[in-house]
Design a protein around this ligand. Structure first.
Ligand SMILES: [Cu+2]
Length: 344
């Protein structure tokens, strides 16, 4: 007993005499990129008590929220959609009870807003970098080289860049920061979904977005938490309410870094799957898809029987660390109801 007290006292004395021994803030982290280059980064830890703002994020609101931009018509009849996206990198969010994580955000959330346009529209994005580091917006899709968000870093403290391109091709695409070290800028949260609708539209459906992501809260280039839409276990404890005999359309994007693959299994049902959403004919009717980094697609399904159904990663480690949710299927009293209005 006495020896335990002595050892404890020595450790405590050392801590107060040499706090840097135990101060993780001073540890420099090294990333090995896919090219083999070694990049040093600070991996700094922000104290939430001294941080200006704490991010509030509601995964249920994010799920069905689509940003169509400020809409106007050009003289030639083209629809112009203007968006303002602001990057910040000094906020924290309580991602799990007691776990505060330095999130880097587009418009204050992880993921950033779901940007939506119709094929052929002119998309104009005013990007403002209010962070402490350089950032960009790199959209997947078709656009001129200078709009690719790779070779034009936008400086911190209010740097601006206007990205402008024609919306296309039809599908679901990611956008993300493309500043090195890329893994760091992505895992902290600088990504979102960009949907391009076909001109003729898609059938009416209850539409939602799921970004599959991971959180490396201890900067060791391994994820500690996994989720659909950032907050571990959120949709398990707050089931997504849907109706029987109603078409459900899920735009799914995998943004998990460090782990080579992610996957998505749906219980009690199968879905039609459209990889990247670029084709109008589904390539599979399945209950299981596997996705690598930034792979994405559209899932469509209807439930015939009411009740609770899980959806989750079938990579069990991921589901046990948060990537699991529930669809609560309610009896649809109105069998003629086919879903929310498309495109509003
Ligand atoms: Cu960045």
């Amino acid at each position: 007993m006495l020896s335990i007290l002595v050892v404890t006292s020595i450790i405590a004395a050392l801590y107060f005499a040499y706090p840097s021994i135990t101060d993780a803030k001073n540890e420099e982290k090294k990333f090995v990129t896919h090219t083999g280059a070694v990049i040093s980064t600070t991996g700094e830890i922000l104290d939430p008590v001294y941080t200006a703002s704490t991010v509030e994020f509601d995964p249920m609101q994010y799920l069905r929220e689509f940003n169509y931009g400020r809409v106007s018509q050009l003289p030639d009849g083209t629809t112009l959609r203007e968006f303002t996206i602001i990057a910040e990198d000094d906020n924290v969010m309580e991602v799990s009870p007691g776990v505060f994580y330095n999130v880097w955000t587009f418009n204050g959330t992880v993921p950033g807003p779901t940007i939506r346009a119709t094929e052929g529209d002119l998309v104009r994005v005013l990007f403002i970098n209010n962070g402490l580091k350089s950032h960009t917006m790199h959209f997947h899709g078709i656009h001129p080289a200078e709009m690719d968000g790779v070779f034009e870093p936008v400086g911190p403290g209010g740097g601006r860049f206007t990205y402008e391109f024609e919306a296309g091709p039809v599908g679901v695409h990611p956008y993300h920061c493309h500043v090195m070290p890329l893994e760091e800028h992505i895992v902290h949260g600088l990504y979102g979904v960009y949907i391009v609708d076909p001109k003729e539209g898609r059938p009416a459906a209850d539409e939602m977005v799921m970004v599959l992501n991971g959180l490396d809260t201890d900067f060791d280039t391994e994820n500690n938490f996994y989720a659909a839409n950032t907050i571990p276990f959120y949709y398990q404890h707050h089931p997504i309410q849907i109706s029987t005999n109603q078409l459900i359309r899920v735009y799914v994007l995998n943004m998990v870094e460090f782990d080579p693959i992610n996957n998505l299994h749906l219980h009690g049902n199968l879905y039609h799957y459209y990889p990247t959403g670029t084709d109008t004919v589904p390539s599979a009717y399945t209950d299981m898809i596997t996705l690598s980094q930034t792979e994405r697609g559209i899932m469509e399904f209807e439930y015939e029987y009411p009740g609770k159904y899980l959806f989750h990663a079938h990579k069990v480690e991921f589901s046990e660390k948060g990537w699991v949710g529930i669809f609560l299927v309610n009896d649809n009293p109105d069998q003629s109801q086919t879903g929310i209005e498309y495109g509003n």
